[in-house]
Design a binder for this molecule. Structure first.
Ligand code: XIL
Length: 318
C-alpha cells in the first residue's frame, strides 16, 4: 500500500487523526501534505470542546476555529468527528460556578442545541459524553454528576440526536481498552442506555497506551465484542503509544511501539463493527503527551516527518 487511507479503504474502515487548529493555521506544508494524503477522518484536538466555543458568557458562542476546520475537512473529502459535547475538562468556567441543577441543565442543553444543530447533517459523528466514568469504576465526581446524577448522560445523547439526527453518537473514554473494572462499569452504563432506547451508536476507546503494559490483540478484541454484542459500533478514538519507560535502546523501543499499534489495529480488524482508527495527532513534533506525561515519541511520524515503524504497523495492519 502507498498510504494509510488506501490501506484503511481496503478494510472498509476510516483512518483518522486529531488536528490542532493552531498547527493547522500555521500552514506548514509538510504537515498539511501528510494530513491530506494519509487520513480521511478528523477529530479537532481542542477546537470542538465546550470551553473553546464558549468562554466567559453563557449566551455567546465562537465557532470560528471549528468552522474553518470543518471547511478544511470538507474541501479534502474527509469525514469529521465532533469532540466533545459534555466533558468535565476544558469546559467554560460558568458551569463550575454557583449554578443550580436546573441552571446547569439549561446550560448543557443550550450548548448541545446550538453546537450540534450548527453542523447538523455535515458531520459523521459526535463524542457526546467523554470520560464520565472514574478510574475507580464509579461515575466520575464531576460537576455534572454532583448536580445532576447520571441522568445528564442520557439527556445529552437525546438532545444531541434531536439536534443532529444523522450523526453517529458515541461515548468515549480511556483505560477501557481491555476487560477491567472500568470497562465493566462502562459496559453496564451503555447497557442501561441501550435498554432505555437512548440514541447511542457506539463507544470510542481512546487507547492512550504505554508500550510497557499495553493489552494484547485478544484482550482488546474480547472487550470490543462485548460492546458490539449490544449492537453498538466501536472505534479507536485517540491512540498514541508512549515508549519512554521501556528500558531498551531507541530502535528496540520503536519496534515495540510498532507492535503495540499493530495489536490495536488488529483488534479493530477482528471486529466488523469497529469503524475507525484515529491517532491523536501523527507527528512527534506535536503531541499532547509531552505536556501531560513528559517527553516521549508516541506517534507514527518523527518530528521531521519521516514515517516511523509504527506507521507501517498501521498500513500493514488494515
Ligand atoms: C487533550 C489535547 O490533546 C491537549 O492539547 C489538551 O491540552 C488536553 O486535551 N482525552 C480526550 C482528549 O478526550 O480531548 C484529550 O486531548 C486527551 C485525553
Amino acid at each position: 500500500v502507498t498510504t494509510l487511507v488506501e490501506a484503511a479503504n481496503k478494510a472498509n474502515k476510516r483512518i483518522g487523526t486529531a488536528l490542532s487548529y493552531g498547527v493547522l493555521s500555521n500552514n506548514e506544508t509538510d504537515y498539511l501534505d501528510i494530513v491530506k494524503k494519509e487520513f480521511n477522518y478528523v477529530t479537532p484536538e481542542n477546537a470542538g470542546k465546550w470551553g473553546s466555543i464558549q468562554t466567559s458568557t453563557s449566551d455567546v458562542w465562537n465557532f470560528d476555529a471549528l468552522d474553518s476546520m470543518i471547511d478544511f475537512v470538507e474541501q479534502n473529502d474527509m469525514a469529521f468527528k465532533g469532540h466533545a459535547l459534555v466533558w468535565h475538562r476544558q469546559a467554560p468556567n460558568f458551569v463550575n460556578g454557583d449554578v443550580t441543577p436546573e441552571d446547569l441543565t439549561g446550560l448543557i442543553n443550550a450548548h448541545i442545541d446550538v453546537t450540534a444543530a450548527r453542523y447538523s447533517g455535515q458531520i459523521y459523528a459526535w463524542d457526546v459524553a467523554n470520560e464520565v466514568m472514574g478510574d475507580d469504576a464509579n461515575y466520575r465526581d464531576s460537576v455534572f454528576f454532583a448536580k445532576l446524577n447520571k441522568r445528564f448522560i442520557a439527556d445529552a445523547f437525546t438532545r444531541a440526536h434531536a439536534a443532529d439526527p444523522k450523526a453517529k453518537l458515541f461515548y468515549n473514554d480511556y483505560s477501557i481498552d481491555n476487560i477491567n473494572a472500568k470497562s465493566d462499569a462502562v459496559l453496564t452504563m451503555v447497557t442501561e442506555l441501550v435498554d432505555a432506547d437512548i440514541p447511542i451508536d457506539g463507544v470510542g476507546f481512546q487507547m492512550h497506551l504505554d508500550a510497557s503494559n499495553a493489552p494484547s490483540t485478544q484482550q482488546m478484541t474480547e472487550n470490543f465484542q462485548r460492546f458490539v454484542d449490544l449492537d453498538l459500533d466501536v472505534n479507536i478514538s485517540e491512540i498514541d503509544v508512549r515508549l519512554s519507560s521501556l528500558p531498551w535502546d531507541q530502535v528496540t523501543k520503536l519496534a515495540m511501539q510498532q507492535q503495540v499499534y499493530h495489536r490495536a489495529v488488529n483488534a479493530c480488524m477482528n471486529v466488523d463493527r469497529c469503524d475507525a482508527v484515529t491517532i491523536w495527532g501523527f507527528t512527534d513534533k506535536y503531541s499532547w503527551i509531552d505536556g501531560e506525561f513528559g517527553p516521549d515519541d508516541p506517534l507514527i511520524y518523527t518530528a521531521d516527518y519521516q514515517r516511523k515503524p509504527a506507521y507501517f504497523a498501521i498500513a500493514d495492519g488494515f
